[in-house]
Design a protein around this ligand. Sequence first.
Ligand code: SF4
Length: 219
Amino acid sequence: MSADALIVNRVLYPVTALGPGRRLGVWLQGCPLACAGCMSRDTWDPAMGEVVPVAELAALWDTVQADGASGLTVTGGEPLTQADALAAFVRHVAGNRIGPGGEADILLFTGYELDELDRRRQAALEGVDVLVTGRFRAAEPTRLVLRGSANQVMHLRTPLGEMRYRELAAAETDTPAMQAFVEGDRLLLSGVPQRGTLAVLERTLRAGGVQLDGVSWRP
Ligand code: SF4
């Protein structure tokens, strides 16, 4: 795997449902973990997605940071399957995190547990302020924000992460934040839904005359 480019499913800005403030959201392509009930099956196949040079993503970060972005959220897919290129991108963001929006934080979601992180995966996390770990387990719902199932753990790894996410780490909700982007005929969702959220979304859209085809949360 090249350390100069990342295979990307999508990049969205401003993302407001995956961490505090207005964020750059990067969904990386490829996940070998195949959690039953995953909402992002479109991110599983590493042969899909777009190859984007790290330099291009770094330049995009510089642009959104100048716009006042408050952070970077990396999710997928499984970001740590592309550990070397991810490390290069995270290094750039971590080294260029002070902007008009203040100090930007880095939030990363992985399906791995801490004890599954070898040296390369750990190196990709240098500079990450907040890490959410663990497979999605559909049978273990949770009301905790930014976690899809009760087994998932939010790790506050830096003083900035501790300061900005301490309350979020313990916060619960019945109405998780969800955000929709429209690109052509694609509806792109951002956020961590609870059990039933996506079914409600489909029913609501259908009642309004919108039928979703090819959703990413069904085989
Ligand atoms: S929930 Fe995350 S870790 Fe699990 S299959 Fe989906 S993308 Fe992979």
